[in-house]
Write a protein that binds this ligand. Structure first.
Ligand SMILES: [Zn+2]
Ligand SMILES: [Zn+2]
Length: 370
């Protein structure tokens, strides 16, 4: 039996040029294919890694200096070029650098059945590429649709519904074929973003641009992109009030509400959450466009208090904290429904303590209880 020798000592024979916005796993798979291997055996043979254990993990989120070093050496690319392809390079801009082992909220996990199915992509972008490659931004949480082609991203093979995994792709001339049925993923049909909802595409472009610049301008105050994406997470959570949400002036409120209403009726394989996070992202953009006044009406309409916006938020950025302090009431004195017994209780209390029973005294008591 012939020994399967490592070619570990050697450098890659061919190094495809990485694209500026390419995912590391995409580039590595292209490299493997150009050597005549699929990804896992290529990694085992050329990187002397346990191929299957590496390709089972999220290569794009691995924080291994050792792997980057090795790839730098093997490929003759610079360390920066390799690091740039990893999602780690967005640390400090899109998410906190000290985020632990798992992708933070701003990055989509490879599999998350509640949010999407597998690695997401725009089939039209792939179809337009001379050499097809997979983009980093397809893994950003705010990126649900392609602003260029005005379609929602796909999250699986359109024919057999298999999720996309580079490690399952068989060797071919390009990284565009479903690993299960061989379907050309460039032909996947995804839903068009209706003309009425194109604000949602502007939202994606807005966040993408801010991330590129590393900063946004909120209420004419420069805000570090990291702080904006942090606030994005909080606001998405607060906005996701389903059918109870009020957001006067936001053009996509109705489709969002009806999506939430019908959500439980959809088959789990239908990716309703892609649409939902598209709407939520558009709402966050809507708030940030005119932050103080829209924040004020959002909190009033939905009876949100100061605490709702800041609770559990340890390092609230200055611009956010300032806006909340100025425009959001500490207590919701207007909107909370009060019950008859609360009023009677308050009246009885005033009576028993010999105080005057008037509107002011009653509301003081009910207010304190709030
Ligand atoms: Zn596209
Ligand atoms: Zn398939």
């Amino acid at each position: 039996m012939r020994k399967q020798g490592w070619v570990d000592r050697y450098r890659f024979l061919i190094t495809p040029q990485p694209y500026l916005d390419e995912l590391l796993s995409s580039w590595l798979t292209r490299t493997a294919f150009s050597h005549g291997y699929s990804l896992t055996p290529f990694v085992s043979r050329f990187l002397k890694y346990d191929g299957s254990s590496l390709t089972r993990t999220d290569i794009d989120f691995q924080d291994t200096h050792e792997l980057f070093e090795k790839l730098t050496h093997k490929s003759r690319l610079t360390y920066t070029q390799i690091f740039q392809m990893s999602l780690q390079s967005e640390g400090g801009y899109l998410f906190e650098s000290e985020h632990g082992l798992y992708p933070p909220k701003q990055i989509r996990k490879l599999i998350d059945k509640r949010a999407h199915y597998g690695l997401m992509f725009c089939p039209k972008c792939l179809a337009e590429d001379t050499i097809p490659y997979w983009r980093k931004h397809w893994r950003y949480y705010f990126y649900n649709a392609c602003p260029k082609h005005k379609v929602f991203l796909a999250d699986r093979c359109g024919v057999c519904s298999e999720r996309i995994r580079f490690s399952k792709m068989t060797l071919s001339d390009a990284i565009v074929y479903c690993g299960k049925c061989g379907r050309d993923l460039r032909k996947t049909i995804t839903q068009k973003v209706p003309k009425l909802y194109e604000d949602g595409l502007c939202a994606i472009t807005y966040f993408e641009q801010g991330l590129k610049n590393g900063s946004f301008s909120i209420n004419n105050i420069p805000a570090h992109s990291l702080s904006v994406f942090h606030v994005h997470t909080i606001l998405s959570y607060l906005l996701n009030r389903q059918k109870n949400l009020f957001l006067e002036g936001f053009s996509m409120l109705e489709p969002y509400r009806s999506l939430c209403q019908h959500e439980q009726n959809y088959h789990s394989k239908k990716a309703t959450s892609i649409y939902k996070s598209f709407y939520l992202n558009a709402m966050v953009f809507y708030l940030m466009e005119d932050f103080s006044s829209r924040l004020k009406s959002f909190s009033e309409e939905n009876h949100l208090t100061h605490r709702d916006f800041l609770h559990g938020f340890k390092k609230a950025p200055f611009w956010y904290k300032k806006a909340i302090d100025t425009y959001v009431p500490f207590q919701d004195t207007v909107g909370r429904q009060i019950s008859e017994s609360e009023v009677i209780g308050a009246m009885n209390y005033l009576k028993s303590t010999g105080q005057t029973i008037n509107q002011k005294n009653v509301s003081n008591i009910v207010f304190i209880k709030n």
